[in-house]
Ligand binder design. Structure first.
Ligand code: PLP
Length: 493
């Protein structure tokens, strides 16, 4: 077994006043740590000299303890590798490691009754999300990571990481790195018709954080918020955990039904919408509904939270202009993210807030987690300024079109009567309605066992829907995986 590099040793508790000799206290401590799995088989332990130095004791008890532990088979030595925990120590003493795309939330052992958690935390619990364990077909929200220009990206990361100036490593501005905010302001006004200046842009760790900050800055407990029905579960979570009351407002072929919102949620303080590409149904909000919503917000002193998560990817015509660009009353908070156009693990997104709200959002951003990683912000600035961003989006648009066509053909070939496709005009996912009476959660669970990830549509509803469906992400799936995935799905209901 290759020795595992020395890592931090858990705190060693020694009692100088104890009648137990120091070497014995030490060997007892090591034995316990190895059996409990705090020290793993093959893990390197400190040399006797450095441990004695760290514990501020003489080297003799450390030497005696190590000798004892060799003799008992807990430690072994390798030439050139120093002293390690014996690799033959039984598995129970070690913790499993291994990279998995997603793991179920850990259960706390040793408590028979569930322990008390806050009401807020209880609201975050949902059913086990088995469909998150796979990173291939049809994981929702995953871009084509296999086509990401890694060589260019890593060159830019290297450029800034090698000789990082102090500003890149110290605490940064809660609003974000100014040159990036300037680049984003230019991009948004050109491509998304957003009306903004860099001073109105607040960098976040992604839209999810943007939603949380909006909820905290704009709403008080029990305030009513209109939510698209069906809608984005992450938004449900953000507003629920802030104590807001969620009002489901149906979405039809024109987007959110504003008249129905007024009927169901009079006095609401805010509306959450994804007008360019509704999540999950894929509809585009009509101009009439946009204007209705804006005039409702102006007349009722309400906010509109516009989630513009993937509208760069439209397959015919130009991207739909933002709702924020139509707003003359400063009622819209616009949310964008680099998760879909770059990669989700980057954790970078942004909000565009009205000028008179900048101070409130500055405080909200600061309270959330101070600021976003400066290194990635600096690298992203170059990525945009040097033209890589526009090139990457153009390339991905063509690729997603091909993946979408393959998915539609596979559905047509293998399950033409079982799945009814809606919302395939844009983005990286579509919805396939299931036959009535088929449970989408049950299908998703079965599919996960076959290595296929499909997200149940019913979980996007606040009230139980009449018909279940599957959200199929195709952005991150290769063509053959798409075909195989649909063939495997056929046997899941
Ligand atoms: C509609 C919608 N909004 C927001 C997000 C969150 O994205 P982020 O990774 O920026 O938090 C997603 C992610 O899938 C999404 O689908």
């Amino acid at each position: 077994m290759k020795p595992i590099a020395a890592s931090f040793l858990p705190p060693v508790a020694l009692d100088a006043k104890s009648s137990t000799p120091m070497y014995q206290q030490l060997s007892d401590w090591f034995r316990r740590a190895i059996i409990d799995g705090q020290l793993r088989p093959g893990q390197r332990v400190p040399s006797t000299r450095s441990l004695a130095h760290e514990l501020k004791i003489s080297r003799i008890p450390v030497l005696s303890a190590y000798e004892q532990l060799y003799a008992e088979g807990y430690l072994e030595t390798f030439t050139g590798a120093g002293t390690c925990v014996a690799s033959s120590i039984p598995g129970g003493a070690s913790k499993p490691s291994g990279a998995k795309a997603w793991s179920a939330p850990p259960k706390v052992a040793g408590h028979s009754a569930p322990r008390r958690i806050s009401q807020r935390a209880a609201l975050m619990h949902g059913p086990p999300q088995t469909w998150l364990s796979n990173l291939g077909a049809f994981r929702v929200g995953l871009p084509a990571l296999d086509h990401f220009p890694l060589a260019t990206w890593s060159k830019l990361v290297n450029r800034h990481a090698r000789h990082a100036p102090i500003e890149v490593m110290a605490y940064g501005d809660p609003m974000g790195y100014l040159p990036l905010r300037e680049a984003i302001a230019e991009y948004l006004s050109t491509v998304r018709a957003v009306r903004c200046e860099a001073s109105q842009i607040v960098m976040t760790t992604g839209s999810q954080q943007g939603l949380q900050i909006c909820a905290h800055v704009l709403l008080d407990a029990k305030d009513l918020v209109w939510m698209e029905e069906p809608g984005y579960p992450g938004a449900h979570q953000a507003f629920k955990t802030a104590g807001a009351q969620l009002i489901p407002v149906p979405v039809d072929h024109e987007g959110l039904d504003v008249a129905e919102g007024i009927r169901r949620g009079r006095g609401a303080r805010a509306a959450y919408i994804s007008p360019s590409h509704q999540f999950p149904l894929g509809t585009t909000m009509s101009a009439t509904r946009r204007l209705q919503l804006l005039s409702w917000a102006a007349a009722n002193d309400a906010w509109i939270i516009e989630d513009d998560y993937d509208s760069e990817y439209r397959f015919s015509g130009r991207p739909i202009a933002s709702l924020q660009g139509l707003d003359t009353e400063d009622r819209v908070i616009y949310l964008g993210t680099f998760s879909k156009v770059m990669f989700p693990a980057m954790r970078l997104g942004y909000m565009v807030v009205p000028k008179d709200m900048v101070a409130a959002f500055y405080a909200g951003r600061d309270a959330a987690d101070t600021f976003s990683s400066t290194l990635y912000q600096v690298v992203m600035t170059d990525f945009i300024r040097e033209g890589h961003f526009a090139r990457h989006i153009r390339k991905m648009r063509g690729l997603y079109m091909e993946r979408r066509t393959t998915l539609l053909e596979a559905i047509q070939k293998y399950v033409p009567h079982e799945l009814e496709v809606i919302g395939a005009e844009a983005g990286m996912q579509l919805v396939a309605l299931l036959p009535p009476d088929v449970s989408d959660v049950a299908v998703s669970k079965k599919a996960a066992q076959k290595g296929v990830s499909v997200r149940p549509l019913s979980l996007c509803y606040l009230n139980p829907p009449e018909r279940g469906g599957l959200i199929l992400g195709y952005g991150g799936a290769q063509l053959q995986d798409i075909r195989d995935g649909i063939r495997k799905l056929k046997s899941c209901w």
